[in-house]
Write a protein that binds this ligand. Sequence first.
Ligand SMILES: [Zn+2]
Length: 74
Amino acid sequence: MNTCSVCHGKTIQKYITYTQWYHGELVAGENVPAEVCENCNEEYFSPETVDKLQHAIELHRSYKTIQVSVFQFS
Ligand SMILES: [Zn+2]
């Protein structure tokens, strides 16, 4: 368990869905290990996880495609 550097709350180990824009496309990774702040939900990743994420995103090795709902904020 670590401390959140944003709010100093406690972080807990979780498996999250990570999303990132990559060359104009929204990509997502499931079951990504992260330390998540219980207070503000800030997410922290180990250097190994960041490496793996970048690799997976660049290799574009997705196993499924999903639809994403988009709304206008007005
Ligand atoms: Zn926090």
